[in-house]
Design a protein around this ligand. Structure first.
Ligand SMILES: Nc1ncnc2c1ncn2[C@@H]1O[C@H](COP(=O)(O)OP(=O)(O)O)[C@@H](O)[C@H]1O
Ligand SMILES: O=COP(=O)(O)O
Length: 553
């Protein structure tokens, strides 16, 4: 069986200028980066009343490998395009952390991939590197201000803006900087987070244009003074320089699928530690150009799905017309109690037990008032009996379900799914947000935990209780909330699979991100700098002397 990269390398892509022309972009809007990539620079403002239909792809709680949201999104878009619907994808950029680590890339798989997968999964058009330099330059400017006499009276123990790196590196979670004596800075305790979790990434993906980007950067709180007053980038007077570093990164990237469906790929926040959705700009651009936009949000519906619907949708100016919940037999069997190495043979009893996780996510997506469709992403070991069990269960939930073999057959494996999704987008939708925008932080959190996770409520650690009072005193307690928690469970315990209800979410601290415009609630022991596994993917990745990349999954 060919690998993802072998299938991608055997594809015959169009020149990106041809993809752009077919997608309706004007030549002056297309900035090629080589033959198969381009950035798109809008020359006319988007018009929300001309937007096409929006399809959000989310999923059940995944296994560590992922359950195929990107793969299904690509195969679905190809199938819709091949059925004659003008379709465009809006996806997120991969982080090199998982690419070299455990999870792999974010370009789909099999015959449902965006290409050139090597470029996209490695340095793409440099957006992650630009974001890394932008955030690290800001930290250096803050440290320099403290070193050069500290005119803003910043407390070195309360600098909250973190250095970032697009690498999984646990050794950078806790460190001391500024050692080496008087000329080497001011000693400070600090830490790195992965670029995908950075506030700069969140700002890039939520900004509607360059002026919004600049406003958001200026709102970043870099730290607090000795008397607890927040200090912003605007006060430091360096917002313009930081925005300059992102002048190209702010532009969405255009590539194509193996079947030449246009795909805008922009922004790469993870949904377990950030908001997990691709950029507002790319999604609006796709909505403007195509009759159907297929987009995805990270990890399960409890994370990327909820954040897309409650944080991104109000800024996007358009709610989804249909929500696709991707399920796999293998993940459902894990939720039914099987171990990772027991998933390759038929086990209807385990599958039956694990269906509750699908039920949880279908229920939580249905409450938004948007038609829901289940896509059963077929793996080679899935039996017809297992697939039928999932379809029958979905029918009991009164949602249509379509097995799709997009990995093995691309769009041809998703024709029934595509027809079902198009039909779903024609159904009436009464979008119902989860909480009122002006609800307080705790109310928002409780709604997420009870309505989306199925839990009993929230428990705040003493530090979080204290922070909540500070947030309230500052008037920051009405901002949207982003829950950072494990992707494997609806709870904050990665080992609790299925659909438990007897749990609370334990919030250890709140992290205000005023530039991004939300508060992050850190649940359980979630970390914002992942580590590498015992056998990282890097052990398989090679490059031949003639420059051919191998083993990139
Ligand atoms: N039906 C399938 N059969 C085999 N491999 C698959 C299938 N669907 C996805 N994969 C593989 O699983 C990995 C994760 O898929 P991906 O679409 O990235 O998941 P997600 O977007 O949910 O994280 C990729 O390497 C992909 O090639
Ligand atoms: O944020 C994580 O996204 P994936 O589910 O695509 O890995």
């Amino acid at each position: 069986m060919q690998s993802d990269i072998e299938i991608a390398q055997a594809a015959h892509p169009w020149p990106i200028t041809k993809v752009a022309e077919a997608a309706g972009f004007q030549p002056e809007e297309v900035l090629p980066y080589g033959r198969q990539k381009a950035k798109i620079e809008r020359t006319t403002p988007v018009q929300p009343d001309h937007f096409g239909k929006l399809v959000l792809v989310t999923s059940i709680n995944p296994t560590p490998a992922g359950e195929g949201k990107s793969t299904v999104a690509v195969g679905l878009a190809d199938a819709m395009q091949q059925a004659g619907h003008r379709t465009m994808l809006a996806l997120r950029e991969p982080s090199l952390g998982p690419v070299m680590g455990l999870k792999g890339g974010a370009t789909g798989g099999g015959y449902s991939q965006v290409i050139p997968m090597e470029d996209i999964n490695l340095h793409f058009t440099g957006d992650f590197h630009a974001l890394t330099v932008a955030q690290n330059t800001l930290v250096a400017l803050v440290d320099n201000s403290i070193y050069q006499g500290n005119p803003f009276h910043l407390d070195p123990r309360q600098v909250v803006i973190k250095r970032v790196l697009d690498v999984n590196d646990r050794s950078l979670r806790h460190l001391v900087t500024g050692l080496g004596g008087r000329t080497s800075g001011v000693p400070q305790e600090g830490s790195f987070e992965i670029t995908a979790a950075s506030e700069m990434m969140a700002i890039l993906t939520l900004a509607t244009d360059l002026s919004d980007l600049k406003r958001r950067i200026n709102r970043i709180v870099v730290g607090y003074t000795y008397d607890q007053t927040p200090v912003t980038v605007a006060e430091l007077g360096v917002g313009g320089a930081i925005a300059t570093l992102l002048k190209d990164a702010i532009l969405p990237n255009l590539v194509q699928t193996i079947a030449h469906t246009p795909a805008l790929i922009h922004g790469g926040p993870f949904a377990n530690i950030a908001q997990g959705t691709n950029s507002i700009q790319a999604t609006q651009l796709a909505l403007q150009q195509a009759d159907y936009t297929v987009t995805e949000a990270g990890f399960g519906a409890d994370l990327g799905g909820e954040k897309f619907l409650d944080v991104k949708t109000p800024l996007l100016g358009k709610h989804p017309d249909a929500i696709v919940v991707v399920a796999t037999v293998r993940a459902l069997k894990m939720h039914g109690g099987l171990a990772k190495d027991q998933l390759d043979h038929e086990d209807l009893a385990a599958l039956q037990r694990g269906l509750a996780n699908l039920g949880r996510h279908v229920h939580s997506m249905k409450r938004y008032g948007v038609p829901v469709v289940v896509a059963v992403n077929r793996f080679t070991n899935d039996t017809d009996a297992e697939l039928q069990l999932v379809v029958d269960y979905a029918r009991q939930l009164e949602v249509p379900a379509y097995p799709a073999d997009v990995w093995g057959h691309g769009g041809a494996g998703a024709q029934a799914l595509a027809a079902g999704v198009v039909a779903a987008t024609e159904q009436p939708a009464a979008f119902t947000p989860l909480y009122a925008p002006d609800a307080d932080l705790l109310t928002k959190l409780k709604r997420i935990v009870t309505e989306i996770y199925g839990g009993q409520g929230v428990e705040l650690a003493p530090k979080a209780v204290k922070q909540l009072h500070q947030l309230t005193d500052r008037g920051w307690d009405r901002l949207p909330v982003i829950v950072a928690k494990t992707q494997y469970s609806v709870t904050d315990d990665a080992k609790r699979l299925g659909a438990p209800t007897d749990f609370k979410i334990h919030i250890r601290e709140f992290v205000p991100k005023l530039g991004a415009g939300f508060i992050v609630a850190m649940a359980g022991n979630i970390l914002t700098m992942p580590g590498l596994p015992k056998h990282p993917a890097a052990e398989q990745i090679k490059i031949t002397d003639d420059g051919t990349i191998q083993g990139l999954f």
